[in-house]
Structure formats: C-alpha cells, structure tokens
Design a binder for this molecule. Structure first.
Ligand SMILES: [Zn+2]
Length: 339
C-alpha cells in the first residue's frame, strides 16, 4: 500500500523529502513516496485554500496518474486552509495538511508534526468509515493527549505528539475493526518513534543516553533508542561505515587500503544488483593510495551523522582519529549492536 506525497508550489521539495524519509523509518506494509506532481497555487489565489476545491483536484490527480484506489494521497501546503483546519480529508483516502507555523511552538523541525498528522490520519481512516463519523468521535477535550483529540491550536497537536497516546476508548474502536496487525504495528511504532525523535531534538544539548545502531533487513542504518533516526548513506558509505562498526581497534588508512576484499563483500550486501567486477572496480578506486576518495567518503559519512545527531552527540558515532593514527568509532556500546 502506497501513500503519495504531493505539495503546493509554496511547499519546498526538500521539506517533502524530509517528511518522506521520516515516514519510511518505520517498517510495515505502508510505503510513502514523493510524487513529482506539483499542485499549482491557482487553488490558493485568495491567500487560502478551499479544502473542497483542493480535494476535487486530488481526485483528478488520482485519475490522471492512475493511483490505486487503496492508496492514500496527502497534499502538504504552507497556505492556510479557508476553514482554518490544520488537516482535512474527504473520507476517500485523500488528506491535506497545512504545515506552516509549527516553528512558533517547536524548534525541532516541521517534519515531526507533519509526519505525525499523516500517520494519525491514516489510522483514523482505517477505524472510521467516513469523515463525518470520524469527526463525531473526536474528543472535544483536547488535553487527553489521545490521537483523536480535536486540536484547535497547533501547540495541542505537539502535546499529542509528545504523549503519542491512544485512550482506552479509542483503543477499543481500533480493536473492533480487526485491522491488519502489521499496519497497526507500523502506525504505533511511528507514533512512539516520532515522539522519541522530537524529544531527542529538543534535548539535543542535554542528551546523555547513547543509542544502539541497528541495520534493518532492508539495509537501513537506524538508531532505535532515538526513535529510529536514520543515518542515510549510499550503499558504498554503508559498507565503509559497517566495516568500522565491526572493528574495535579501527583502521589506519594503510590498513583500510588493504581491506579491499572485506569491503567488496560488504558492498555486495548493500548493492546486490551489481556484478562482482563492477563492485570490485569501485572499491579498487576507493582504495587507491593515490586517490583521496576514501577520505572524501569518510567525511561525507561524518557530515550525515552530525546533521542528524548534532555536534555533541555525534562525537560518539563519527569515524574519528588523527592523521596517521587509527580511525575508529568511539562509542563503546557499539559492540553490543543488535545485528
Ligand atoms: Zn481517544
């Protein structure tokens, strides 16, 4: 089952890609994909979007691109909805999410509430047959911290995200629907994971607990104790980083250049569609002592880690070491890694 992410012109592709990455950090049957289609801001001429007009365009979008009726479509926009809702749907697996103004309430990044709202909309659409029924079940008291709280202010949505809770009543509704357990598992993992990631971002300067690194069956590098923050590497960088993860002592540059056969094996596991000769040629290029490629790859690996974990926490995860000395990953508990 796919969820297609689309955007209006005023919502950057970069922001949509961040949301896509975050949504896909939780394994399960639902896959999230950015669609190349951009909704023209003709639907927002008056400075606001009429949700019904946007939903009609989304129905046309489905026809044009032959979107499977079981798939979901979600439009992200920075333009206000004319009914002032933060999110709106039609009961036919189409949603709109208004993303602006989160910055007034959190510095963690808009992508967290944007991703949470989509997962929560998907869950609601599995539990309630139509939009009217869903709306009538929403809690008018928005302080329960339940995903069904009707939130009038954006800060209340952040409260829901901080609790990531579902009240007993709503749990019963979910249970009665006999929804595929893998779907429910993915959504609940996402609620909990997004909560942890938001807290991690907010406490970045105070965080003292270190997370394990886990490599998923799909070859993703995630930090499960930080809510599945993903370190996004190319297959080549995955093999270099895994080589360091598996070594307590680390490698001097000379050691590394002699580890080419190990690297080819690791590279093969992350890039199974390439032939041995292709993989070997890439690794020989990296391990050429006259080239700086290995240094470049290591600094790109480290840059991704600093981007995701911040300067302070990342010192435990980057590949570090002085020139001429062994390079290694400092984090001791990496030996207890779960893969
Ligand atoms: Zn509830």
């Amino acid at each position: 089952m796919n969820v297609w992410l689309i955007r209006t012109e005023d919502f950057e592709q970069k922001s949509l890609s961040k949301i896509e990455e975050l949504l896909n950090a939780y394994d399960g049957p639902i896959s999230f994909k950015c669609h190349k289609n951009i909704f023209l801001n003709s639907i927002s001429k008056k400075g606001s979007i009429h949700p019904d007009e946007a939903l009609i365009q989304m129905v046309n979008f489905r026809k044009l691109y032959k979107i499977d009726p079981t798939d979901f479509v979600c439009l992200y926009t920075n333009t206000r909805l004319s009914n002032n809702f933060f999110t709106h749907g039609d009961g036919f697996r189409n949603f709109i999410i208004h993303s602006a103004d989160w910055g007034l309430y959190t510095n963690a990044g808009n992508e967290f509430p944007d991703a949470y709202l989509l997962y929560s909309n998907i869950l609601k659409s599995f539990v309630y047959e139509d939009y009217g029924k869903m709306y009538s079940h929403m809690h008018k008291d928005s302080s329960l911290g339940c995903y069904m709280d009707l939130c009038v202010h954006k800060r209340e949505i952040l409260l829901k995200l901080r609790t990531a809770d579902i009240c007993d009543n709503c749990l019963e509704h979910i249970h009665d629907k006999h929804i595929d357990g893998r779907i429910i598992g993915q959504i609940l993992d996402a609620f909990e994971g997004l909560r942890k990631q938001l807290l991690f971002r907010n406490r970045l300067q105070l965080e003292t607990k270190l997370s394990r690194i886990e490599i998923t069956p799909k070859g993703k590098f995630i930090l499960p104790d930080y809510g599945n923050i993903e370190l996004k590497f190319s297959p080549l960088r995955k093999s270099i980083y895994k080589l360091f993860l598996e070594s307590k002592q680390g490698y001097t540059m000379a050691d590394l250049l002699g580890s080419d056969s190990k690297l080819v094996k690791l590279y093969q596991s992350f890039q199974p569609n390439k032939t041995f000769n292709e993989l070997n040629a890439t690794i020989q290029g990296i391990c050429d002592p006259h080239s700086m490629r290995i240094h470049e790859e290591i600094s790109k690996i480290n840059a991704e880690i600093v981007k995701k974990l911040g300067e302070r926490v990342s010192v435990n995860y980057i590949i570090s070491g002085e020139r001429g000395e062994k390079r290694k990953i400092n984090y001791n508990l990496i030996k207890e890694k779960t893969y």
